[in-house]
Design a protein around this ligand. Structure first.
Ligand SMILES: O=C(O)CCC(=O)C(=O)O
Length: 185
């Protein structure tokens, strides 16, 4: 968000804020030191992101992640994959993976759950909100097309000092801002 007002404008857009408040609560804020990033999976280069649950690193569940897709995302260019409804199981024990603390694909219970994964194909411009306990993953980009998305995270202000896994406490900003630029700026 600090890199360009257009990014901040997306993260704190009023329509996004409305959805986030409905999901997290009226005191929701946007995180600045977790997520707040662009995933760039370059053609033939973008790597796999191993199975994980964002809540493991954040320390609690009153959070939601939000992605805006900048390119069409399909299985070929490494779209997000999820296990629908699996956030209801809470957080699973972790092992070290390429994304830090991730899910244990050798564990029979976790493996059985992950076999129920579905790809979430998306069109450029679409958005996705998901619970911090939702297992998610994406394959390497084996195509000739980019797969890029902006990803932001939102936390209930009352919880923002929570820290886990040695990570710093959450820092966040109020959800809405006085806009000085438009989304197309
Ligand atoms: O965009 C992706 O492929 C995955 C990103 C991710 O795992 C995350 O934002 O936690």
């Amino acid at each position: 968000m600090a890199r360009h007002p257009a990014f901040q404008s997306v993260a704190q857009d009023e329509k996004v804020a409305e959805a986030v408040r409905a999901l997290v609560g009226p005191d929701a804020e946007v995180c600045v030191n977790r997520h707040n990033m662009m995933v760039v999976k370059a053609p033939r280069v973008g790597r796999q992101i191993d199975w994980h649950q964002d809540g493991v690193n954040w320390g609690h569940a009153r959070m939601v992640s939000f992605m805006v897709f900048l390119d069409d995302a399909s299985v070929e260019n490494g779209c997000l994959e999820i296990v629908p409804g699996a956030h209801k199981y809470g957080l699973f024990p972790t092992v070290q993976t390429s994304v830090g603390e991730g899910m244990n694909v050798q564990d029979p219970l976790q493996a059985a759950l992950l076999r129920q994964a579905v790809p979430l194909c998306a069109q450029a411009g679409e958005g996705l909100f998901f619970h911090s306990c939702l297992p998610h993953f994406s394959k390497a980009n084996g195509s000739d097309r980019y797969r890029r998305n902006l990803t932001f995270a939102y936390v209930a202000a009352a919880d923002k000092t929570a820290a886990a896994g040695g990570m710093a406490p959450l820092e966040s900003l109020p959800l809405t801002i006085e806009r000085t630029v438009g989304i197309n700026s």
